[in-house]
Design a protein around this ligand. Structure first.
Ligand code: MOS
Length: 708
């Protein structure tokens, strides 16, 4: 039996480590959901609605069923009954109603994916279409107050008197900013394998039983949370559902909670007892029914005295919503906290439409909201003749403006001063159109970024000594972000052993329950649980554990954390060139300087930051889903029409950080870094475009037509 190392050591956290899962990924042997080895799989292809609202009058499956190799055609007429309508998005195929274009109305299951897809094209559907409304407009007669928005904060806020604050101002900005629908396009499309079995051993009571057991291989940001959502819809106990998701090929919120495709495979598998049913969406289907970033229309008002001191901040947001299921981004959230001003007001209204449900997409709320806020701040700086960094720092609050609570840590000023030095901000000329080379106008811009500590739910970890290794188990997820590596580093230091002594297990519902990879909580939340479990293990068994010794622990935040407001911060610097001939915008350089607490692994952290920035460049220059309101479908639903940033769009993207561990985020001292990288990026680019051209853009994305 191997025993633990004698000497205390703490030399993993903070070290540059390549990904533990890297070799598996580059050799193509990391099993993603669709590739899990299962016996005798059947393949599903989805049937989706081609109207936005109405009823299915008839659905003729005879031709599809007649194709050799077709095993089953599932429609609302033969789909298994579901149990509870706890989630409208998951409650599919229970009647003949159509709620949006692209909604699942059935599935063909066959011996091969090609047969399934071919046969799906033979299904004839007759609809009774009803008038639909998919046209987002801010004066929509039915717009409503969502009351609660994502993250649980109230939809409105008011302090002081904004009208008075604006009347007292020497300069006022009052503009409309808009952001488009966007669709998630990770490399790995959503994919799932579902299989029903009789349970041989009752997973709850440990007795021999014959209750149904459902195994799902999924691409999931959180298997524990996922099964809690699926269980009531299926009428199962959560423990009857086993979900496996060790590797995920990218996810920025779209795999945060299960969407209807999981139900489709689960229901189809129920019709084929004993056979696993596999389904991977096509790229085109990614634009239908797995969520999207909602579209916003934002009025942003700022008032300031001539020295830059803000007198009023007001942010009134209208955003799209599905009639089937509400999802309201916290678009006004950062406005309530980032800058001090005596008079403040925010409001959120939703416009109900016959479209599919929106979902989380990297920094839901903070991303669109800070596009408006940070562009408005630049406009104010121009009006006041102030440096845009100076304007921001003059309005840094000493305590949280809304609650009066102190910040747990706040180093935005250091991010700006460090960034200004590294980026060469002193080279910037404040007058637009000051630098031209050939057809290209050059400019520089900045924007702040902030991202709050989000709430998390019960998260536990266990440590077991077995076979000479410390088996650290937690139902965490690695979306490609580095969890396999960083949790191993955290565990090694907490147990004071080498990383080679740690065997990490994540991504399965049999492991200790964990909150999902969302809201940039993963590392500090899971890491805290791992540290507590490790400390418990050490205090119980010391440095010479015996085979089978085991301890548990749960995430623990300091009691005094409640007294603080907690955020990560960042400063984004962009340099662009804009063609005077074509209106094309190129981002020539970008730098992000962050205040992320403790960095666990500089390599994976850097990847998170520059990944977020690249996604921000993509949103700034390209990403936009065009919804044709005549039919309610997304017209550009593939990579020919929906453009995302390529390497040439992001030639020089750099990230660095000022490291101030924040213990209020938990014992790792890490703040979240998954989303701060994208927040503020389009504003920094838009502000650089203004500096280059003198043209102010308030509508994302900044396509050439808007610059000519
Ligand atoms: Mo992230 S949008 O919280 O998965």
């Amino acid at each position: 039996m191997t025993t633990a190392k004698q000497a205390p050591r703490a030399n993993s956290v903070g070290q540059d480590r390549i990904r533990k899962d890297g070799p598996l990924k580059v050799t193509g042997t990391a099993p993603y959901a669709y590739e899990q080895p299962v016996k005798n799989p059947a393949y599903l292809f989805a049937l989706t609605s081609t109207i936005a609202k109405g009823k299915i009058k008839s659905i003729d499956v005879a031709a599809a069923l007649a194709v050799p190799g077709v095993l089953e055609v599932m429609t609302h007429e033969n789909a298994p009954n579901l149990f509870a309508k706890t989630d409208n998005e998951l409650y599919i195929l229970q009647n003949n109603e159509v709620h949006y274009f692209g909604e699942y109305i059935g599935a063909v299951v066959a011996e091969t994916p090609e047969i399934a897809r071919h046969a799906a094209g033979l299904v004839r559907v007759e609809y009774g279409a009803e008038p639909h409304d998919t046209h987002f407009r801010p004066d929509h007669p039915e717009r409503y107050d969502p009351r609660r928005i994502n993250t649980g904060i109230p939809s409105n806020s008011s302090q002081g008197d904004v009208e008075q604050g604006l009347a007292e101002a020497d300069a006022v900005v009052d503009e409309i900013y808009t952001t488009p629908y966007e669709h998630h396009n990770p490399m790995e499309m959503h994919s799932v394998i579902a299989q029903w079995d009789k349970e041989r051993l009752d997973r709850v009571l440990g007795l021999l039983g014959d209750r149904p057991h459902l195994l799902i291989h999924d691409a999931s940001q959180g298997v524990a949370f996922e099964r809690l959502m699926l269980a009531p819809v299926l009428g199962l106990l959560p423990q009857q559902i086993e979900i496996n998701s060790p590797y995920v090929g990218g996810a920025f919120g779209s795999k945060g909670i299960p969407h209807a495709q999981v139900m489709l495979a689960v229901m189809a598998a129920k019709l084929l007892p004993g056979r696993p049913v596999k389904y991977m969406l096509t790229r085109q289907q990614m634009f239908r029914s797995v969520g999207h970033r909602l579209t916003t229309h934002q009025r942003f008002r700022l008032g300031a005295q001539s020295d830059g001191t803000l007198t009023a901040i007001a942010h009134d947001v209208q955003q799209s919503s599905s009639r089937l299921k509400q999802f309201a981004e916290q678009t006004v959230n950062a406005t309530r906290h980032l800058y001090a001003a005596p008079h403040r007001e925010t409001s959120t209204r939703m416009v109900p439409l016959d479209i599919g449900p929106a979902t989380f997409m990297r920094a839901p709320g903070e991303f669109p909201g800070m596009f408006a806020q940070e562009t408005a701040m630049d406009e104010l700086a121009v009006k006041l003749g102030l440096d845009p960094i100076e304007l921001r720092l003059r309005n840094k609050p000493s305590t949280d403006p809304e609650s009066g609570k102190p910040h747990s840590s706040h180093h935005l000023d250091e991010c700006f001063s460090e960034g200004a030095r590294l980026f060469g901000w002193d080279q910037r000329r404040s007058a637009p159109r000051s630098r031209q080379e050939g057809e290209w106008l050059y400019g520089m811009g900045v924007a702040s970024a902030s991202y709050p500590k989000q709430m998390t739910l019960a998260t536990k970890a266990s440590v077991k000594f077995e076979g000479g290794k410390y088996h650290v188990a937690i139902a965490a997820a690695d979306l490609g972000t580095g969890t396999w590596t960083t949790l191993t580093q955290i565990a090694a230091d907490a147990l004071q052993v080498g990383e080679e002594d740690i065997a990490l297990q994540i991504g399965h519902t049999d492991l200790p329950v964990a909150y999902l990879a969302g809201g940039s909580t993963g590392t500090y939340n899971w890491g805290s649980a791992v540290m507590v479990a490790a400390v418990n293990f050490r205090s119980k068994y010391g440095e010479h554990p015996k085979e089978g010794d085991e301890a548990q622990g749960g995430t623990h935040y300091p009691d005094e954390a409640k007294q603080y407001v907690m955020d990560a911060y960042g400063a984004h610097f962009a340099e662009v060139k804009v063609s005077t001939v074509t209106g094309e915008v190129r981002v020539t350089r970008m730098l992000g300087v962050y205040d992320p607490g403790r960095i666990i692994n500089p390599r994976t952290a850097n990847s998170q930051f520059i990944g977020g920035m690249t996604m921000g460049i993509s949103a700034a220059l390209h990403e936009e889903s065009y919804l044709d309101s005549r039919f309610g479908h997304v017209v550009n639903s593939d990579f020919a029409g929906y453009h995302i940033a390529a390497n040439a769009d992001a030639p020089d993207v750099q990230a660095c950080w000022v490291e101030h561990p924040d213990p209020m985020f938990g014992p790792t001292g890490a703040k979240g870094i998954g989303e701060i990288g994208i927040v503020g990026v389009p504003a920094a680019i838009g502000n650089a475009i203004y500096n280059a051209t003198g043209k102010r853009l308030r509508q994302l994305p900044f396509t050439p037509d808007k610059l000519l």
